[in-house]
Design a protein around this ligand. Structure first.
Ligand SMILES: NC(=O)c1ccc[n+]([C@@H]2O[C@H](COP(=O)([O-])OP(=O)(O)OC[C@H]3O[C@@H](n4cnc5c(N)ncnc54)[C@H](OP(=O)(O)O)[C@@H]3O)[C@@H](O)[C@H]2O)c1
Length: 233
């Protein structure tokens, strides 16, 4: 693994924790896509992400206070609770990060499979006012991106990671609440399939860091961090 920007140096996967730690409150999105922008093959993202993407996925979770995800992705990817390996746990303890981050599920309908794996860990369900919700799950009564972000900050969850999917990312970008896009580009073309964005959401981006992974099995994976340039800045 080699950092190419903002400086050139070799990295080991553990270095990604410090590289991806972002000070201050923020909301960022972590995705993997093919070179032509497809984010799922046969309904899931797994085949796009190799070891380098898994390493950055784990690092992003390790440095975050909460994982935000759309109900569609929870279902498609059979989401479970956020879990950490030894390295991430040690890093979090050393950096004063609290226990297990909740998975914040965003849904207009508020329907969760009662057997969903994700319910085995802390969950916050973000739904509009008036929608019926399952018992025993913490609920935030808004899906408005700005209000949701504020409400999570009020709960002490200020480093926010959105793991998708495209519909939710599009809403968050359109509302101007995304600070950073962490995008793994898989060295592949897929053709058909869902794209990174599901609708209109334009933004200017600035490259913050770029890593190339030349793993023998999957050479040429690019791990990019893009800052979203606010239209008012
Ligand atoms: N490559 C990657 O990194 C990556 C990451 C994530 C997902 N994916 C793929 O993306 C596909 C799923 O795409 P998707 O666009 O359907 O995923 P999604 O955004 O996770 O799910 C859509 C659903 O989430 C809820 N939702 C989304 N935006 C909302 C908003 N602004 N307000 C309220 N509720 C909102 C709604 O749930 P209700 O229907 O419950 O109201 C909506 O039907 C899957 O194939 C998955 O594998 C890929």
């Amino acid at each position: 693994m080699r950092l190419l920007h903002p400086e050139v140096r070799d990295l080991v996967p553990e270095d990604l924790l410090d590289l991806y730690d972002l000070p201050g409150p923020h909301l960022r999105a972590g995705f993997v896509a093919s070179v032509d922008g497809v984010v799922a093959v046969d309904g899931r993202s797994a085949s796009l992400g190799g070891p380098a993407d898994k390493a950055v996925f784990r690092a992003l979770r390790a440095v975050s206070d909460a994982v935000i995800v759309g109900a569609g992705t929870v279902h498609a990817e059979d989401y479970g609770p956020v879990q950490y390996g030894e390295g991430a746990r040690t890093w979090r303890q050393a950096h004063g990060r609290a226990g297990q981050p909740p998975v914040v599920i965003v849904s207009r309908r508020g329907q969760l499979d009662p057997d969903a794996k994700v319910l085995q860990g802390p969950v916050i369900l973000a739904v509009p006012e008036g929608v019926a919700t399952p018992q025993g799950v913490e609920v935030i009564r808004t899906t408005d991106p700005l209000m949701l972000r504020r409400s999570l900050h009020d709960r002490g969850l200020s480093r926010l990671l959105c793991e998708g999917g495209p519909s939710l990312l599009t809403s968050l970008l359109a509302a101007g609440v995304v600070d950073e896009l962490c995008l793994t580009t898989s060295p592949s073309l897929v053709g058909a399939g869902p794209r990174l964005l599901s609708g209109a959401a334009a933004a200017r981006l600035a490259l913050r860091s770029l890593v190339v992974d030349d793993d023998d099995d999957d050479p040429g994976v690019l791990l990019a961090r893009w800052s979203v340039i606010r239209s008012d800045s």
